[in-house]
Write a protein that binds this ligand. Structure first.
Ligand code: GLN
Length: 289
C-alpha cells in the first residue's frame, strides 16, 4: 500500500479516485465527502476550512482503507457508514433494511403538512429502518405512532433509531399477509411504503441495490403487485376510523391500478400524487365508510 494520506483533502481525493470507475465524478466526490465527514466527525464547512491541515493520530488511516474497500465492492455508502439522514433525523441503517429514499421523504412531507397538530394514531406498515414513523413522530408530536414490520432485525434497528431521535414510537412485529393482526390499535392515519418493485423490473435496477438491499423489502410478484396495499386496505375496514386518511408510496407504473383499488375499498378524495421527478409515486384517500 503506497498511498500516503495526511490531510482531509488527501482522504477525499483518495476515496473519490478509488470510486472513479464505479460512479460519476460528482457522486464519487459526494460519497468521499460523506466518508471524510464521518472519519473526522465534523461537518462539511469545518472540513473545507481545514482540508490542508495534517490529521493527528493514525487510527483513521485504517478506517479509510476499510471504508474504501467496501465502497469499491459496490456497497452503498449509507451501509458502509451505517447511517443516513431522513427528514432531519439521523437514521442508522444496515442490511436488514432499505436505505431511505428521497421519495419517501416527500411522502413524510405530504403527511406532515396535511396533518399538522393531529392527535390521531398513525400506523406505519412495513417500517424498515423506522424512518417514516420516526419523522412523523418528531414532526407531529401530538400524534401517537405505531410501526409494524415482519423483520425482527429491522424492528431492532428501528427501535434504536427512535431512541436516537427521541421519538416515541410503538413497534409491533407482524406479517401483513397473515390472516389477522391481533393487537393492532385503531388509527386515524395509515401510511406505508411497502415492497412494490415487480420481479420483472429487477433487470432495470442497479447492482448496488440488488446485491446489498433486502429483496424482501423491495419485491412483489408480477402476478400480484398490489398485495401489500390490499392487505393494508383490508385492515383499514376495521382499524381505520371513519374519515381517516391513508397515504401510500407506490410504484410509478401503478397509479391507475392504485386509484381503482382505493375506489374499490370505497375511499373518497382519492389522489395519485407525483414525485419531484414527475412520476406517479404516492396515493392518498379518505375513508368514508
Ligand atoms: N423506490 C424503491 C426503489 O426503487 C422501492 C421502494 C419499495 O419497494 N418500497 O428501489
Amino acid at each position: 500500500m503506497a498511498v500516503k494520506l495526511q490531510t482531509i483533502k488527501d482522504i477525499r481525493n483518495y476515496i473519490a479516485g478509488e470510486l472513479s470507475g464505479l460512479y460519476p465524478r460528482r457522486e464519487s466526490l459526494a460519497i468521499a465527502g460523506l466518508v471524510t465527514e464521518k472519519i473526522c466527525r465534523s461537518g462539511r464547512l469545518v472540513l473545507m476550512l481545514r482540508e490542508n491541515e495534517p490529521l493527528s493520530g493514525s487510527s483513521w488511516q485504517k478506517r479509510v482503507m476499510s471504508y474504501s474497500r467496501r465502497l469499491t465492492a459496490g456497497e452503498p455508502v449509507q451501509y458502509v457508514l451505517g447511517e443516513t439522514e431522513f427528514y432531519n433525523c439521523r437514521i442508522r441503517v444496515n442490511r436488514n433494511v432499505l436505505i431511505p429514499r428521497p421519495e419517501t421523504e416527500e411522502l413524510a412531507d405530504i403527511v406532515i403538512k396535511e396533518n399538522r397538530g393531529t392527535e390521531a394514531r398513525i400506523i406505519d406498515f412495513g417500517t424498515g429502518s423506522g424512518c417514516l414513523a420516526i419523522a412523523l413522530a418528531v414532526s407531529l408530536p401530538a400524534a401517537k405512532v405505531t410501526a409494524l414490520d415482519i423483520s425482527a432485525g429491522a424492528l431492532k434497528l428501528a427501535a434504536r433509531n427512535a431512541a436516537i431521535n427521541n421519538a416515541k414510537v410503538d413497534f409491533m412485529q407482524a406479517d401483513l399477509l397473515a390472516a389477522s393482526l391481533p393487537g393492532l390499535p385503531m388509527a386515524g392515519i395509515f401510511i406505508s411504503n411497502p415492497p412494490y418493485v415487480r420481479e420483472s423490473e429487477k433487470m432495470l435496477m442497479r447492482s448496488n441495490v440488488l446485491d446489498f438491499e433486502p429483496g424482501k423489502a423491495l419485491f412483489v410478484p408480477d402476478s400480484d403487485p398490489l398485495r401489500f396495499y390490499r392487505a393494508i386496505l383490508n385492515l383499514s375496514i376495521e382499524k381505520l376510523t371513519s374519515g381517516g386518511m391513508i397515504y401510500f408510496e407506490i410504484n410509478e407504473a401503478m397509479g391507475d391500478a392504485m386509484y381503482d383499488l382505493l375506489e374499490k375499498f370505497r375511499f373518497a378524495e382519492i389522489r395519485i400524487i407525483k414525485d419531484i421527478n414527475g412520476k406517479d409515486r404516492f396515493a392518498a384517500g379518505r375513508k368514508t365508510t
